[in-house]
Design a protein around this ligand. Structure first.
Ligand SMILES: NC(=O)c1ccc[n+]([C@@H]2O[C@H](COP(=O)([O-])OP(=O)(O)OC[C@H]3O[C@@H](n4cnc5c(N)ncnc54)[C@H](OP(=O)(O)O)[C@@H]3O)[C@@H](O)[C@H]2O)c1
Length: 293
């Protein structure tokens, strides 16, 4: 089995490379190796690698910046996935694409099933939704997995931002009325690989287990980080409402993805987000020790 990974330098791309089973030959292409907005380069990369599986972990993920760069976001999140799906199909490879909870509006009041109508509120959400459509138009057998609130020990994410701000500031105001599920990139990578191995297709949802607000997530990060010695003292963490923290992109209020169909396909449900947060922070602590000798 040979897998080709686009966007291999991002959080999810790196986790896919690290998690792939030993028997799987992996061709990992970061942005410098293949710009996915270059359709010819994408087709050439797939033809050259002759993979059985193609993963697309490349994306425009700067949610606020996307509001002022809709064309660039659309190229990366909507056009490119369609081109990759089409080239993978032509090469006889299965295609796995990653999408987001931001395709939903966040006001339904109950968990979102994969077939729930989409209602993106931002350029990022709209372009990701258009990417889903482009992928399924090019290859109806493609697998698309929507996820949320991804973090790992090295990426640009909420966990690392909080650690930095908590070290710098005595007080942090954190939004408490947006709910979702923090998801460790390696959990997602394991699920993507397992779903691909089962030849799953169509729209699926995957996150770690449980629910949190950004405020809950920040409080947990601080508690775990203090216990691990990653922080020297506690900051005051104050809950605020979204209206008090305006951002260029509108975010959905409450998107809990209904994962029941996906979890039924996996051998076991994923761990609770609090457990995978601890794993992530342990990794950050190990890296810090290694760096400081
Ligand atoms: N992060 C989240 O909270 C979250 C939540 C829901 C869904 N997702 C989805 O999960 C997937 C992976 O996201 P992530 O968290 O791993 O994001 P990430 O860490 O930002 O990784 C995205 C990768 O795409 C690469 N990329 C950007 N432009 C490219 C181009 N033109 N050609 C090739 N590669 C390019 C980036 O390269 P550079 O490093 O060089 O910029 C980066 O390595 C995305 O589809 C995202 O929409 C993420």
């Amino acid at each position: 089995m040979k897998a080709l990974i686009f966007g291999a330098s991002g959080q999810v791309g790196r986790a896919l490379v690290a998690t792939a089973p030993e028997r799987m030959e992996v061709v990992a292409l970061g942005r410098a190796d293949c710009d996915v907005t270059d359709r010819n380069a994408v087709t050439a990369a797939i033809r050259a690698a002759r993979p059985d599986l193609v993963f697309n972990a490349a994306a425009y993920t700067a949610v606020d910046k996307a509001e002022s760069e809709p064309d660039r976001a659309g190229m990366l999140n909507a056009a490119a996935p369609g081109w990759i799906a089409s080239a993978a199909r032509d090469a006889g490879a299965r295609f796995v694409h990653i999408s987001t909870d931001f395709v939903f509006g966040g006001t339904s009041g109950r968990p979102y099933r994969p077939d729930h109508p989409t209602r993106p509120l931002s350029v990022y959400g709209r372009t990701k939704r258009d990417g889903e459509t482009a992928v399924l138009d090019a290859d109806p057998d493609a697998l698309i997995v929507r996820t949320a609130w991804v973090h790992d020990a090295a990426g640009s994410n909420f966990v690392r931002t909080m650690l930095r701000l908590m070290a710098e500031r005595d007080r942090l105001d954190i939004v408490a009325d947006q709910l979702g599920t923090p998801t460790h990139a390696p959990s997602l990578a394991r699920a993507l690989l397992a779903l691909a191995a089962k030849s799953a297709s169509g729209l699926h949802h995957f996150t770690d287990a449980g629910v949190a607000s950004w405020y809950d997530f920040a409080v947990a990060i601080q508690e775990e980080a203090l216990a691990l010695g990653l922080l020297e003292r506690a900051s005051v963490i104050a809950p605020i409402v979204t209206a008090d923290y305006p951002t260029p992109a509108t975010r959905p209020g409450c998107v809990i993805l209904d994962k029941s169909a996906t979890w039924a396909l996996l051998d076991r449900p994923p761990p609770h987000w609090r457990a995978t947060l601890r794993t992530c922070l342990n990794e950050i602590a190990r890296q810090k020790v290694a760096k400081n000798g």
